[in-house]
Design a protein around this ligand. Structure first.
Ligand code: CP
Ligand code: NVA
Length: 358
């Protein structure tokens, strides 16, 4: 329910803001009664959000900075070279000091323990902007994109029209249960899919090379949340749970069977650059292509998603730039979902359940 609430809020804010940010996208200024347009929430008015990023970012950073502006506040980008953290100062002291001056911390870190430490000592909420284990705001954007494209999976849902966009704020379309396949590395983006999608009624099918299986703490969380495993072929050796919503194997062709959506991510995450050669070898045969999905028996209308940035190793150009690809609406939705999280968590202190939020 928390996740759907954030998604509905993101969808609502997006429809409020788009007409005055981009009038050309909703039929031009003449078709709008500008005086009647409602502003999105101004819950960050006069407030500052620290973006504590120790790794590169395009989407997450731009989404965060532009969201803070829309919510009436500002974001301070604090990169690795900018502040004392990691060189002259501990995460504990940094969290206390920044949390004394800013109303929220959005942090992109290396090892996941770093964000746990920031959260432990910060007097204000800390939201994960990506860690070694998790990337929660990516899953929010992916889900919003799927909900907005619900008509592609369910003919009873009408496609949004220009007209429907100008007539008030439509409610978030509901999504029928989907089969979603992830082919690639068991990394942060997949891990949030594992703990989220089965709880929303979707089946998840995963193929990773056996030596790049699910890390123990992630699997513990999957089990804790009851995100079951069906006939679990957990090559990582982790124990599976019978009769559930996750299938896990090593064969990408088997994994795409019946897929409505196929997802992948880079094979070499930030910080793993030294492993490039061995990883490229281990992931041979895992590239997402039309042939793989046809031969594996994906739904003929399958759609493609990727968090970006993308390398051609993991998906070829035909799929990435082709009509199945939802990657750019997905990237756009990083903004609206991060904005919803900022509004509810930093602006209104209105998200409970630390783990779900962080
Ligand atoms: N998807 C994503 O997190 O992109 P950035 O690394 O560019 O923020
Ligand atoms: N798994 C990738 C995601 C980038 C958004 C990484 O951690 O680099």
């Amino acid at each position: 329910p928390q996740i759907l609430r954030i998604l509905s809020h993101a969808h609502h804010q997006k429809h409020l803001a788009t007409p005055w940010l981009r009038p050309q996208q909703v039929g031009g200024k003449k078709s709008l009664q500008l005086s009647k347009l409602k502003m999105p929430s101004q819950s960050l008015f006069n407030k500052s959000i620290a973006l504590l990023f120790s790794k590169r970012s395009t989407r997450t950073r731009v989404a965060a900075e532009t969201s803070a502006v829309l919510l009436g506040g500002r974001a301070l980008f604090l990169g690795r070279e900018d502040i004392q953290l990691g060189v002259n100062e501990s995460p504990r002291d940094t969290a206390r000091v920044i949390g004394g001056m800013c109303e929220g911390i959005f942090a992109r870190v290396g090892d996941h323990s770093e964000i746990e430490e920031l959260a432990r000592y910060s007097p204000v909420p800390v939201l994960n902007a990506l860690s070694s284990l998790w990337h929660p705001t990516q899953t929010l954007a992916d889900l919003l994109t799927l909900h907005e494209h619900a008509h592609l999976f369910d003919p009873s849902i009408p496609a949004p029209t220009e007209d429907s966009r100008t007539k008030g704020v439509p409610s978030l379309p509901m999504l029928k249960p989907l089969t979603i396949t992830y082919v690639g590395d068991s990394a942060n983006v997949l891990h949030d899919m594992l703990v989220t999608l089965p709880r929303l009624g979707h089946k998840l099918r995963v193929a990773t090379p056996p030596q790049y299986g699910c890390p123990e703490p992630v699997w513990a969380r999957v089990k804790e949340l009851g995100c079951d495993v069906e006939g679990a072929q957990l090559e990582s050796g982790l124990p599976g749970i019978p009769n559930g919503g996750i299938w896990w194997g090593a064969d990408p062709k088997e994994a795409v069977k019946g897929a409505d959506v196929v997802v992948t991510d880079t094979w070499i995450s930030m910080g793993q650059e030294a492993e490039k050669e061995e990883r490229l070898k281990a992931f041979e045969g895992y590239q997402v292509t039309e042939a793989l999905c046809r031969e594996g028996g994906a739904n003929p209308d399958w759609k493609f998603m990727h968090c970006l940035p993308r390398k051609p190793n993991e998906v070829d150009d035909e799929v990435f730039y082709g009509p199945r690809s939802l990657v750019f609406p997905e990237a756009d939705n990083r903004k609206w979902t991060i904005m919803a999280a900022f509004d509810l968590l930093f602006g209104k202190w209105d998200i409970t359940g630390e783990r779900e939020a962080a």
